[in-house]
Design a binder for this molecule. Structure first.
Ligand SMILES: [Zn+2]
Length: 314
């Protein structure tokens, strides 16, 4: 199984049923580009695919009238896309002050170094290897001790105010270990990266963890009530207008999948392949390799709960 951090796209189980509040496919009909809230604007990257839905959503964040904007997830290293991000900020009278990464998957992060050199802005990420100081010449991870940049991180509870509005970091491990969400409380909005998607559900990548992910979903569900969230701004797919409903769907979907894995084990399945063939029988076979990731994450989770029979190969 490939390491999730090294795959070009973030895994998405597009065949899963859509969460409430989402717009159904086809993606071509979904007006993602240019959508957003008063302070967040989506710039859709040109990398559509089975693992990225319409493409990666790059978000430009700024208080109206602010001279500074922040970019969340530059997306792929696509020169035209990155220049469009800079041009749209400039057209609004804004310079890009910081570049933030929700996590390190390449469809979100690969363009960060190039956008940093185009704008002079630092790159902030939970993973030290992805950070970049202003003016840093080498690529991410190239300058500091242990291959880490000396750039700033994105720690839980950190508040960034460069763009004239507050963005608060909410740690959200699970999809990957380094995933974060960003709370834009002035708009009642949460930028979710790949933790919650605009369509379908996400899978647990190679360095992700289902127990962490379930805890993250519970925390985000509580946050939805506490902050009276009205919008989720995902890393792929259209924005979601019912955060509490979407998170309830994600939580129940995970529990249903776990129940299916438990039933497959009870029926005698003893390998990941056997379980995928049973549980994902209605999913296109081209997505089965990614279903294997999900099954492995679930078997690891059940092992951690002491529920795995002996002789199982995850
Ligand atoms: Zn991802």
């Amino acid at each position: 199984m490939p390491d999730g951090a090294n795959v070009p796209g973030s895994p998405v189980t597009a065949a899963d049923s859509p969460p409430p509040g989402s717009t159904p496919p086809p993606d071509a009909l979904v007006p993602v580009d240019g959508s957003g809230t008063a302070r967040a604007r989506c710039i859709l990257a040109p990398n559509p695919g089975p693992m990225t839905l319409n493409g990666t959503n790059t978000w430009l964040i700024a208080e109206p009238g602010s001279a500074v904007a922040m970019v969340v997830d530059p997306g792929p290293d696509d020169e035209a896309h990155l220049r469009r991000v800079g041009d749209l900020a400039a057209a609004a009278g804004q310079r890009i002050g910081r570049i933030l990464l929700t996590h390190g998957h390449l469809d979100h992060s690969a363009g960060a170094a190039r956008l940093a050199s185009l704008t002079g802005a630092p790159v902030l990420a939970a993973d030290p290897a992805l950070r970049r100081s202003p003016g840093e010449r080498s690529g991410p991870g190239g300058s500091g001790p242990g291959g880490s940049s000396t750039g700033e991180g994105l720690g839980p509870g950190d508040v960034l105010t460069d763009a004239g509005c507050e963005l608060r970091v909410v740690a959200s491990p699970g999809h990957t270990a380094d995933s974060v969400c960003l709370l834009l409380s002035a708009d009642g909005a949460l930028l979710t990266g790949d933790t919650v998607l605009g369509r379908g559900t996400t899978v647990i990548a190679g360095d992700g963890n289902l127990a962490d992910y379930l805890a993250t979903l519970d925390r985000l569900r509580a946050l939805a009530d506490e902050q009276q969230l009205g919008t989720l701004l995902p890393g792929h797919g259209p924005l979601l207008a019912d955060p509490a409903g979407v998170l309830d769907f994600y939580i129940s979907h995970r529990q249903e999948r776990l129940a299916e894995i438990r039933a497959a084990l009870a029926a005698g399945d003893r390998t990941g392949e056997e379980i995928v063939a049973r549980v994902y029988a209605d999913v296109d076979r081209s997505l089965w390799p990614f279903a294997r990731w999900s099954v492995r994450a679930q078997l690891d989770y059940l092992a951690g709960c002491g529920e795995l029979p002996s002789g199982i190969s995850a």
